[in-house]
Design a protein around this ligand. Structure first.
Ligand code: PGA
Length: 264
């Protein structure tokens, strides 16, 4: 795992956007896994800027969102459908038939979930998955006790998540459709972003704790290509900070492309 600690969220988000842009330039028909919430917003803003100013082309890209509240219409302002459209998809040239978001209005959720898995497979799998992390250590809405092998399914939200998310957007449903941890682990590359002191405990458990269903993000320790991009505040509880910084220094020398930078 590469743990990249940047001075603040703005700098970290620009680096994350650069890594996403590199993926799209390298493979124009990339399949991107998208997340919602506050964390990736500045990354999306920078990608939109790159599209506008630098011609970053999303016309052959396919997207799959991680999760969606269950029981909200797509048009509802709190739906992740509305959120990802407002903050990202509506501002780039991705084709609407290549964007996928779990259907939170489904009358047959089990079928909807298995069809979502099928659609990911049919697209060739996710090339790069963008993740945030909840204070519970969740990725997607895989709350503590989620099976580390779980697939896309309905999940009941924890009290902590309901509190956190309703602070941002008002009352929210208690159930969501989410990709499973097993689904996420099949992405070829994973970029987890975490900013702010409130995430520092979950981040430390994810990176340095035991692999455990009590912290879903700890399952990422089993993934072969995962990068954590953190700000200083989210990194405060890491015990091996100086080692991570040394790894990044050596990566700069020998494999700068992994960091979204070039040496020339
Ligand atoms: P946040 O949510 O980006 O709004 O903090 C992250 C998450 O719950 O996964």
């Amino acid at each position: 795992m590469l743990v990249i600690i940047r001075p603040d969220k703005a700098v970290a988000s620009i680096q994350a956007a650069k890594l996403v842009a590199d993926q799209v330039r390298h493979k124009p028909d990339s399949v991107l896994g998208l997340s919602t919430g506050n964390t990736p917003l500045a990354t999306y803003t920078e990608l939109i800027r790159m599209h506008r100013d630098d011609g970053l082309d999303f016309s052959n890209v396919t997207t799959f969102n991680l999760d969606e509240y269950f029981g909200l219409s797509r048009e509802h302002p709190q739906s992740f459908y509305s959120e990802i459209h407002k903050n990202f998809l509506d501002h780039i040239n991705v084709r609407s038939d290549r964007t996928h978001i779990p259907n939170g209005e489904s009358k047959a959720p089990a079928k909807t979930c298995s069809e979502y898995e099928d659609a990911i497979l049919a697209a060739g799998g996710i090339d790069l998955q963008i993740l945030g992390i909840g204070r519970t250590g969740h990725i997607g809405f895989n709350e503590p006790t989620s099976s580390l092998a779980s697939r896309t399914r309905l999940k009941t939200l924890s009290d902590e998540t309901i509190n956190d998310n309703s602070k941002i957007s008002g009352d929210i449903p208690e159930v969501a459709i989410t990709m499973g941890i097993g689904t996420i682990l099949e992405a070829k590359k994973i970029l987890l972003l975490a900013f702010g002191e409130s995430k520092s405990n979950a981040v430390a458990k994810a990176i340095e704790g035991p692999i455990s269903s009590s912290c879903s993000a700890s399952a990422l320790q089993m993934h072969r290509d995962v990068r954590f991009i953190l700000d200083e505040e989210a990194a405060t509880e890491l015990r091996h900070r100086s080692y991570y910084d040394r790894v990044v220094e050596q990566t700069k020398r020998y494999a700068p492309e992994l960091l979204g930078i070039t040496n020339d």
